[in-house]
Write a protein that binds this ligand. Structure first.
Ligand code: NAD
Length: 247
C-alpha cells in the first residue's frame, strides 16, 4: 500500500524531528518543512540512514508564496497529503510588556500563528477534494495559563487553540479532523539551552512528575491525534505536560 504522507513543519529540530522519526517508524512518508537548511538536510539524512522515507523542503513558513510553493512541490512529488503537523514555532524573546517592541510582537505572532494559518490553508486545498485529512496544531501550557513576560507567545498559543476549534467545526463535514497538542516543558535543544544545569534541575524537578518531557513523548501524543486511534476526536486540546497544568 502507498505510504501515507505527513507534512511536519519545523521538523528539522526538536519535537518536529522526533515526530518525523515517529511517523517514519510507523510507515508514513514524512516531509519536513523548515527554514533551517542545514538541520533539515541532516534530519532527512538521519531518516534515510534508518531506511525510512524522509524529504526536506526549505521554506520560511511565515511567507505565503514560500508556503504555496512548498505544498505544490509536495503534492506533485507525493500526490497526496494525509496529515499536517504544525510545529514550527517557539519564543525567542521574553520581556515585560512595556519592553516588547511591535517588531517582536509581530515576529512571535507570525512564527506561531501565521505559519499555522498559512500551512493549514495550503493543505486544506488538497484535503477537501480528498474528503479526508488530519491537522495537528501546536499550542503550549502558556496558551491556557498565560505567562508573565510571555504575553506575545501566550497570546499566539491561545489563538492557535481557538483557531483549531474553529477549523475543526468548519472542516468536520469534509472528513477533516483538527486537534491541538499542548506540550509542557520539553527538553529540546532550544529550550534546554536557555538554562544552566542548576536552573534546569530546579525547573524540571519542580514539575509534578519531577522531570521535563522528552520530545519523543510529545511525538507520541501527536501520533495519537494523527491516526485512526483518535478518529472521533476533533477540536480537542491534548495536554502532554506531566501534570504541569490541568485545564
Ligand atoms: N520545547 C518546549 O518546551 C515547548 C513547550 C510548549 C510548546 N512548544 C512548542 O512546540 C513547537 C516546537 O518546539 P521545539 O522546542 O521543538 O522548537 P525547536 O526550535 O527545537 O524547533 C522548531 C523548528 O521550527 C523551525 N522554524 C522556526 N521558524 C520557522 C519558519 N519561519 N519557517 C519554517 N521553520 C521555522 C526551526 O528552524 C526549528 O527547526 C513550537 O511551536 C513550540 O512553541 C515547545
Amino acid at each position: 500500500m502507498e505510504a501515507k504522507v505527513v507534512v511536519v513543519t519545523g521538523g528539522a529540530r526538536g519535537i518536529g524531528r522526533a515526530a518525523a522519526l515517529r511517523f517514519s517508524e510507523e510507515g508514513y512518508a514524512p516531509v519536513i518543512l523548515d527554514r533551517d537548511a542545514e538541520a533539515g538536510a541532516a534530519t532527512a539524512s538521519f531518516l534515510e540512514a534508518k531506511q525510512a522515507e524522509g524529504r526536506f523542503i526549505q521554506a520560511d513558513l511565515t511567507n505565503k508564496a514560500e508556503v504555496t510553493a512548498a505544498f505544490e512541490r509536495i503534492l506533485s512529488a507525493c500526490g497526496r497529503i494525509d496529515v499536517l503537523v504544525n510545529l514550527a514555532g517557539g519564543t525567542f524573546h521574553k520581556g515585560a510588556i512595556q519592553d516588547v517592541t511591535p517588531a517582536q510582537w509581530k515576529e512571535c505572532l507570525d512564527l506561531n500563528l501565521k505559519t499555522t494559518f498559512l500551512c493549514s490553508q495550503a493543505v486544506i486545498a488538497a484535503m477537501k477534494p480528498a474528503g479526508r485529512g488530519v491537522i495537528v496544531n501546536t499550542a503550549s501550557n502558556f496558551g491556557v495559563t498565560g505567562g508573565a513576560e510571555r504575553t506575545h507567545y501566550a497570546a499566539s498559543k491561545a489563538a492557535i487553540i481557538a483557531f483549531s476549534k474553529s477549523l475543526a467545526t468548519e472542516l468536520a463535514p469534509h472528513g477533516i479532523r483538527v486537534n491541538t497538542i499542548a506540550p509542557g516543558l520539553t527538553g529540546t535543544d532550544r529550550v534546554r539551552g536557555k538554562y544552566d544545569e542548576d536552573e534546569w534541575a530546579k525547573l524540571s524537578g519542580g514539575l509534578p512528575m519531577g522531570r521535563a518531557a522528552m520530545p519523543e513523548e510529545i511525538a507520541d501524543g501527536i501520533f495519537f491525534l494523527a491516526t485512526d486511534e483518535s478518529d472521533y476526536v476533533t477540536g480537542a486540546t491534548l495536554h502532554v505536560n506531566g501534570g504541569m497544568v490541568m485545564p
